[in-house]
Design a protein around this ligand. Structure first.
Ligand code: XMP
Ligand code: MG
Length: 183
C-alpha cells in the first residue's frame, strides 16, 4: 500500500503472491480439460489483460489468444446494462472451444452478452474464467466455470482493474477508498 496509488487503497484483499498462487491453481485445473481442444482464450479488454497473461502461462496447453473490448461502464462504478463491442476478435470461432477470460463478474451483463454472442457465432463451447466474482450483485443468470476469488460488494482495483483508467498496474487487488470516487 505504499506509493501514490497505494494511498487510495482502503484494504488489500489479495496480495501479489496470493493472486499468483491462485492463478497457478486455476491453470493447472483447466489444463487437462483443454489438453486436446486447442482452445481460444479470449481476454475481455482492458481489465483482464494482466490476468490473461498469467492464466495462459499457467495453463500449459496449445492454444490461441484473442482480445475483445466491450464498453458498458464509462468511468462510473455501476454498469449501464448496455454492452457494446468496441473491438472484435479477429478469427473464425465456429466449432472452436473458447475460454473467456474476465477480470470480474459483477451484474453478469457483460459475460451473458458475450456468451450469447460467441454461441451465435458458432462456438463449440464457451467456458468462463473470471478472476473475481461479486455474487451479491448478480442480475443475469450466468455461471462462471472457473473463479479465482469471490469478493464483497466493494469497488476493487489493481491487477488490471481500474477506476477511471487508474490503478490497473497495482500488483495486488484492493478495495478503493470510497472518497476517491464519491467526490
Ligand atoms: P458486469 O456488471 O457486466 O461487470 O458483470 C463486468 C465489468 O464491470 C467492471 N467492474 C469493476 N471494475 N472494479 C473494477 O475495476 C470493480 O469492483 C468492478 N465491478 C465491476 C469490470 O470492468 C468488469 O469487466
Ligand atoms: Mg473495467
Amino acid at each position: 500500500m505504499n506509493g501514490e496509488m497505494g494511498q487510495d487503497i482502503l484494504k488489500v484483499l489479495y496480495t501479489e503472491e496470493e493472486i499468483a498462487a491462485r492463478v497457478r491453481e486455476l491453470g493447472a485445473e483447466m489444463a487437462p480439460k483443454f489438453q486436446d481442444k486447442r482452445p481460444i482464450f479470449i481476454s475481455v479488454l482492458r481489465g483482464a489483460f494482466i490476468f490473461m497473461a498469467d492464466i495462459v502461462r499457467a495453463c500449459q496447453v496449445p492454444c490461441d489468444v484473442e482480445f475483445i473490448a466491450v464498453s458498458s461502464y464509462g468511468d462510473a462504478t455501476a454498469s449501464s446494462g448496455v454492452v457494446k463491442i468496441t473491438h472484435d476478435i479477429q478469427q473464425d470461432i465456429s466449432g472452436r472451444h473458447l475460454v473467456v477470460v474476465e477480470d470480474i463478474l459483477d451484474s453478469g451483463n457483460t459475460l451473458s452478452f458475450l456468451q450469447q454472442y460467441f454461441l451465435t457465432k458458432g462456438a463449440a463451447s464457451v467456458t468462463i474464467c473470471t478472476l473475481l466474482d461479486k455474487p451479491e450483485r448478480r442480475k443475469k443468470a450466468i455461471h462462471a466455470d472457473y473463479v479465482g476469488f469471490a469478493v464483497p460488494d466493494e469497488f476493487v482495483v489493481g491487477y488490471g482493474l481500474d477506476y477511471a483508467q487508474k490503478y490497473r498496474n497495482l500488483p495486488y487487488i484492493g478495495i478503493l477508498k470510497p472518497e476517491v470516487y464519491s467526490n
